[in-house]
Design a protein around this ligand. Structure first.
Ligand code: FRU
Length: 444
């Protein structure tokens, strides 16, 4: 059983996949290489939860078994129809495998097809008899790239089923492809959207949805954030205009990062039990923890749009789980603790070596003491100018600090190593600390 954060189990984790509330449980799958704590031939591992707080590992649900997915079951999404679970994903076949490590391809030589596997109960998947290729490898690069087209996100509208795929134009410019279906199996290409000279060369993990009356697009452009020590592939979000009859999408020039700590990537959303739009995402880690495991999921975040701004708030189940007041981090449960405070200009709180400072209208963080300088990682991060105040809620896990500013106006999440168990402050900051209250968590 894992709590709060889903973490890789003695191996490798990347993107969340097939996240859905189905038959009274949250099902989450994730990209997994089950042999070592590094990326390789992809499988879908599976965890299940009643409440988004406690997660039970279910083993590997989807694994390579067909010619089209023999070298990897890449990212995808889930929908339910008439009680049945449908998992859409990208099957990958290497054209040239690395002879020294057959779990990797050589020189970008692979092709991608879109695939479907179903389940009657969310737990049983027949990888041999029940897989189907629904969109074969493209042979017409005018529509989609044979290699870099992936990550189907499927959703339902009143007139049928829709799919968005991430793709590229000639490995130079990112692009999204839209498809429609009435039976979830036969898909018709409808339209695409791209941005001249904007947002990277390949758009991974697109997710489109409506919330608070707004149409929102989240995607992860590759080679977008140039020139720094942080990852160049980053996840961004924006308000868009989508016309479902034609699948025509208009994208603005402006965007928000999902997380200003720049470690978070490849998010996916679903609708929770109470109808909230909730998001999970992969936190990239530079080194396996204790040489054993790499990759974890962020705290579930609820997306809200207010005054033209996209907020990512802590899911109430998580916030309520951290309700037992403590006086020192020593009293915290092994799943960590929450620290809440508000900052005047110039004040700092130091949590085990992780520093959070207010500088004017921004919150600034520094993890310099908690990563090895030889890793050459970016250590300092900043929010944009804040509008809602300077109230901070920090969720502290031994390997991940998530700093929610003004209830999700902005977030800075950073992976850390060798976090201390002390907490102190410069200035006159009053803070309160909370750890997990028992194991039973009820929803409000
Ligand atoms: C994003 C991604 C996806 C792909 C998967 C492969 O991190 O590259 O585009 O489906 O990971 O593991």
């Amino acid at each position: 059983m894992q709590k709060i954060h889903v973490k890789a189990n003695r191996h490798w984790m990347n993107d969340p996949n097939g996240f859905i509330y189905y038959k009274g449980k949250y099902h989450l799958f994730y990209q997994c290489f089950p042999y070592e704590a590094r990326w390789g031939r992809m499988h879908w591992a599976h965890v299940v939860s009643d409440d988004l707080v406690n997660w039970e590992y279910q083993g590997i649900a989807v694994f390579p078994s067909k010619t089209d997915d023999r070298d990897g079951c890449f990212s995808g999404s889930a929908v339910e129809d008439e009680g049945k679970l449908y998992l859409y994903y990208t099957g990958v076949r290497y054209l040239v495998e690395n002879p020294e490590d057959i779990n990797l391809f050589l020189d970008e030589q692979f092709v991608s097809a879109q695939m479907l596997i179903t389940s009657e109960d969310g737990y049983h998947f027949d990888n041999i008899k029940d897989k189907k290729t629904i969109i074969p490898v493209f042979n017409n690069s005018e529509i989609g790239d044979a290699r870099h087209t992936r990550d189907p996100k499927v959703w339902k509208e009143d007139d049928g089923w829709y799919m968005v795929l991430g793709s590229t134009i000639n490995n130079k410019q990112g692009k999204l492809l839209f498809f429609k279906s009435t039976d979830k199996k036969n898909w018709t290409y409808m339209n695409f959207v791209t941005k001249d000279n904007g947002f990277g060369w390949m758009w991974e993990c697109p997710d489109y949805f409506q919330t608070d009356g707004e149409q929102i697009l989240i995607f992860s452009p590759m080679d977008f954030n140039k020139g720094g020590k942080s990852y160049s592939d980053q996840s961004i979000c924006m308000k868009v205009m989508f016309q479902k009859e034609t699948c025509h999408m208009e994208m603005p020039d402006t965007y928000q990062y999902l997380d200003y700590g720049l470690d978070l990537y490849a998010p996916q959303t679903t609708v929770d039990e109470a109808g909230r739009r909730v998001l999970l995402a992969w936190l990239r880690m530079p080194k396996p923890v204790d040489g054993q495991w790499s990759g974890m999921q962020c705290i579930p975040r609820v997306i809200e749009v207010k005054n033209d701004h996209i907020y990512f708030r802590v899911h109430p189940n998580i916030r309520n789980a951290f309700s037992k007041k403590i006086n020192s981090p020593d009293e915290a449960d092994e799943n960590g603790y929450r620290v809440s405070f508000s900052l005047e200009d110039g004040e700092t709180v130091d949590i085990g070596g992780y520093q959070i400072t207010r500088k004017g209208n921004k919150i600034h963080t520094d993890r310099g003491r908690l990563v090895d300088t030889s890793w050459e990682m970016q250590t300092e991060f900043s929010t944009p100018d804040l509008k809602d105040g300077f109230q901070i809620d920090v969720y502290v896990d031994p390997n991940l600090i998530e700093v929610f500013v003004n209830d999700g106006e902005y977030i800075i999440s950073n992976c850390v190593y060798n976090l201390g168990t002390d907490i102190h402050q410069q200035g006159n900051v009053k803070y309160e600390m909370y750890t997990l209250e028992g194991t039973e968590v009820s929803e409000v």
